[in-house]
Design a protein around this ligand. Structure first.
Ligand SMILES: [Zn+2]
Length: 165
């Protein structure tokens, strides 16, 4: 035996009609009503009535689903993606990831790095003797001044005028 949809149709249709009517009324009243903030519980009759109705709707009202606009959905998705990106960002514990997190502890689409020299410095992966030596491109991991030739050395401490990366 199959169940047919006509049993469900009337309430859904009534709900849809009701929603359309509410939307229509709101649209018609758009120039006659407005929203403004008022301090709550100070005895303003309209505010007290609105508060009472809101509490009544929570306890005994019918569920009324208002579809969210696309902008709201985009905001939710963006937040979800950034949160997942942050989880991914914080889940890696390699030396270079820990180094980068020392400077940038949280990811954000507003802070995307396009400068390759900054990326070299942050990750420590660049044309530094220590990095190149690690992959056997150089015989020594040291700068010409004798110190370990890593990113921090070139940025913070190397005083040799002949050193360059
Ligand atoms: Zn040096």
């Amino acid at each position: 035996m199959t169940r047919t949809t006509p049993e469900l149709a009337p309430p859904l249709q009534t709900s849809t009609l009701h929603q359309r009517k509410v939307k229509s009324n709101i649209f018609k009243a758009k120039n006659m009503v407005g929203l403004s903030w008022v301090k709550d519980h100070v005895g303003i009759p309209g505010n007290e009535l609105a508060d009472q109705q809101a509490k009544l709707a929570i306890t005994s009202g019918e569920k009324f689903v208002i579809p969210a606009p696309n902008s709201h959905l985009k905001c939710l998705l963006k937040n979800y993606i950034v949160n997942k990106w942050n989880e991914y960002w914080n889940s890696y514990d390699s030396a270079s990831e820990i180094r980068v997190r020392g400077y940038i502890n949280k990811v954000s689409p507003k802070f995307l790095i396009h400068n390759k020299f900054l990326i070299y410095f942050l990750g420590g992966h660049g044309p530094f003797p220590s990095y190149l030596h690690r992959f056997k491109f150089l015989d020594s991991a040291h700068c010409i001044c004798g110190m370990l030739g890593d990113a921090d050395h070139y940025i913070f401490s190397c005083s040799s005028p002949k050193s360059s990366i």
